[in-house]
Ligand binder design. Structure first.
Ligand code: SF4
Ligand code: MG
Length: 318
């Protein structure tokens, strides 16, 4: 299928107060996003998921590497091209409480993208667009003049979703969009996002630490650890034939929560190392029960398996 976005060897290093040290938030990763797919990004907190999403949107510049959108380097875009990129790419944030301005009504929040990008539209035209958006995300007409604090978390996230789709984007980064919501509300919001994806023919980069939501929602899955991609494949490959020791550990923790497969549970030893001074060799070697000598010295490249899955590990696997 058609490639919409290509990330090529992107890195994000942040300076620290110690001039000799940097935080390697994202450390040289490459991946493609296909038009129309939902690519899931999963990993523990601090693994670089959100930073990756923000670099793809150009909300953060890459320290090194390039992101191509429809074949064009977004790092070089300016002026008109940049403005149209801002329309075509959107983000839904984790925290609908923090991402909506409390002093603005829902109308003001949803009208703003039109004021910025379509100054030619009349107030009536914009009002009609906002009404349509409100209906599309399952809110009611009387909600238009209310403020964010008058809503529940789920309703607020509906407003956040409406804002993201207002200008009919092509691509949306969803950064833990339901993690701040009650579990009982999560499914409703996820279903809404799925309906909207179909209706607006969107492509999603879906960031979550929740493997069950990723499984439900995504076509392909990218597993990240300490700023690196450790495994990337179809949902079927990742959930049915996971190969990387880290992916196996993550998944075994989920299945034992559900009360089966607990005898196969792989306990992750120790904490995630700091991204300042990450371990030499394989980033996972300090916690891996399969660690070999080579793992401490040499960082494994992503290797392609027969089914197309990419795995970064020195173990012999197929
Ligand atoms: Fe474990 Fe070595 Fe594979 Fe890293 S490369 S995941 S340490 S076996
Ligand atoms: Mg995050």
């Amino acid at each position: 299928s058609e490639i919409l976005i290509q990330a090529k060897n992107i890195k994000k290093y942040f300076p620290t107060s110690d001039r000799n040290k940097v935080v390697k938030a994202v450390d040289d990763i490459s991946f493609d996003i296909y038009k129309g797919e939902t690519l899931g990004v999963v990993g523990e907190s601090g693994c670089g998921k959100s930073t990756t999403g923000r670099m793809v949107l150009k909300l953060l510049d890459c320290t090194e590497g390039t992101v191509l959108y429809k074949g064009k380097d977004i790092g070089k875009m300016k002026g008109k091209e940049m403005r149209s990129l801002r329309k075509e790419m959107q983000i839904i944030f984790q925290d609908p409480y923090a991402s909506l301005d409390p002093r603005k009504t829902v109308f003001q929040i949803l009208a703003e993208p039109f004021w910025i990008h379509h100054p030619e539209m009349s107030k009536e035209e914009i009002y009609r667009e906002v009404e349509k958006l409100i209906e599309c995300v399952g809110l009611r007409p009387e909600h238009i003049l209310r403020y964010p604090h008058e809503f529940s978390g789920g309703q607020r996230q509906r407003v956040g979703i409406a804002r993201a789709i207002a200008l009919h984007p092509e691509f949306v980064v969803c950064d833990e969009p339901v993690s701040a919501l009650d579990v009982s509300i999560q499914a409703q919001v996820i279903n809404l996002m799925q309906d909207i994806k179909k209706e607006y023919q969107l492509t999603y980069l879906f960031i979550s630490h929740d493997l069950r939501i990723i499984k439900h929602f995504c076509d392909r899955v990218m597993v990240m650890y300490l700023g690196n991609i450790v495994e990337l494949g179809t949902k079927e490959a990742i959930y049915g034939n996971q190969r990387h020791p880290y992916t196996k550990a993550l998944l075994s923790a989920v299945s034992s929560v559900k009360g089966h497969g607990s005898k196969n549970r792989i306990i992750l030893q120790g904490d995630i190392p700091s991204p300042v001074n990450p371990p030499s060799g394989c980033p996972f070697h300090t916690r891996c029960s399969c660690c070999m000598d080579i793992c401490r010295e040499k960082k494994p490249d992503l290797k392609k398996m027969a089914d197309g899955t990419l795995v970064a590990c020195h173990l012999d696997m197929e």
